[in-house]
Design a binder for this molecule. Structure first.
Ligand SMILES: [Zn+2]
Length: 355
């Protein structure tokens, strides 16, 4: 395996410029499925300043080569945890996922690199982790997460001097709006397993597009409506089960996102970031106070039930506004047109005056 050093120069604006004793190794997938988005292309992206973004990591791995961008003893910006341990104590490795890559080979190369870094810096296997670990709302490494255990096993094999091998299940096609066929049916079924209610008709129409975008938004993926490797991988993850956990302050993850989404549906304005911080706790307390629950800020079974009821009641209530009653049909039409012109929906209902 060829390793090419193309280190970012001192003073580069897209790196922190701070020293580090590496204690963890953080795995990523690039999220870039475009043709030609290989390790070399990512090295060029970083050395040309990363488009002005504060972003940098240590290695990019593809199926043929590894580029190194930062010394192992220097911090990067890749974990989205600010000055937390992801950025300040971990070596970041991006695994490419471009169209046409031999994904299994790229992952095996990454596993070998991880094993070598573990030896070099005395990092235990338990400290080989994922971007998602540091930033729960980010589904990364999107392609490796569905078989994370296999990846870890391959790292362990390589660490012990064996040959790292990973079998990656066959890839799906990239689906876009108006794609048709068996794979679209598979997509619709997968979305339905995640709580959507699509007709499984094999046509990627507007309803499917809306569901895909919503799914991408709630999983920290690019919201582009294209079902590529990262979205397929997230879809193949088990959906969150129906039974809810008890969530408390600083709980993290998909269930917290679900809670935040439900609260927002009830009029709260929370960031759906998957972290049960002070704002989420305050919203839960407010909700509990208004619904006769113990105001403890924890979301246990009673609060989950009350949230479900409040959501259902809210959805069932229709508020009609009547703007007038007329004996003369022309006057009724005029009032309807005026309401429409003002941007409201308006209909005329006739009755005989006795109801
Ligand atoms: Zn990442």
């Amino acid at each position: 395996m060829q390793l090419i050093e193309q280190l970012l120069p001192a003073g580069a604006k897209n790196k922190p410029g701070r020293n580090m004793t590496p204690k963890y190794i953080t795995m990523h997938n690039t999220g870039n499925s475009a043709k030609g988005a290989d390790a070399k292309a990512h090295a060029s992206y970083l050395t040309s300043g990363a488009g002005g973004q504060k972003v940098s990591w240590h290695y990019t791995v593809d199926d043929g080569v590894i580029y190194q961008h930062l010394a192992d003893t220097e911090q990067g910006w890749h974990a989205a945890d600010g000055r937390g341990p992801g950025n300040s104590q971990s070596i970041g490795i991006e695994v490419c996922m471009f169209e046409g890559i031999d994904q299994a080979r790229a992952e095996a190369n990454a596993a070998r690199l991880v094993a070598e870094l573990m030896h070099r810096h005395d990092i235990p296997l338990a400290n080989v982790t994922t971007h998602q670990h540091w930033h729960p709302s980010k589904y990364c490494p999107a392609l490796i997460l569905p078989h994370w255990d296999k990846f870890v096993a391959a790292v362990e094999t390589a660490y012990n001097g064996g040959e790292a091998q990973i079998d990656v299940s066959k890839g799906h096609s990239v689906l876009v709006e108006w794609s048709r066929g068996a794979e679209v049916k598979e997509l619709q079924s997968a979305l339905n397993r995640h709580g959507y209610a699509l007709e499984v008709d094999g046509t990627y129409g507007p309803a499917t597009l809306a569901a895909v975008k919503e799914f991408q938004r709630s999983h920290g993926l690019d919201v582009d409506g294209k079902v590529g490797p990262a979205t397929w991988a997230a879809l193949e993850q088990e959906p969150v089960s129906q039974g809810h956990s008890v969530l408390v302050k600083w709980s993290k993850g998909e269930e917290v996102k679900g809670l935040q989404t439900i609260l927002n549906g009830l009029g709260y304005g929370l960031d759906v970031d998957g972290t049960y911080g002070p704002a989420t706790e305050a919203a839960v307390r407010d909700f509990q106070g208004k619904h006769g629950l113990d105001v403890d800020g924890k979301t246990g079974s009673k609060t989950w039930t009350a949230l479900a009821q409040a959501t259902a009641e809210k959805d069932d209530t229709l508020y009609r506004v009547q703007i007038g009653a007329y004996r003369d049909k022309a006057n009724a039409e005029a009032a309807k047109e005026a309401a429409k012109a003002a941007g409201f929906e308006a209909i005329i209902k006739m009755d005989d005056g006795e109801g």
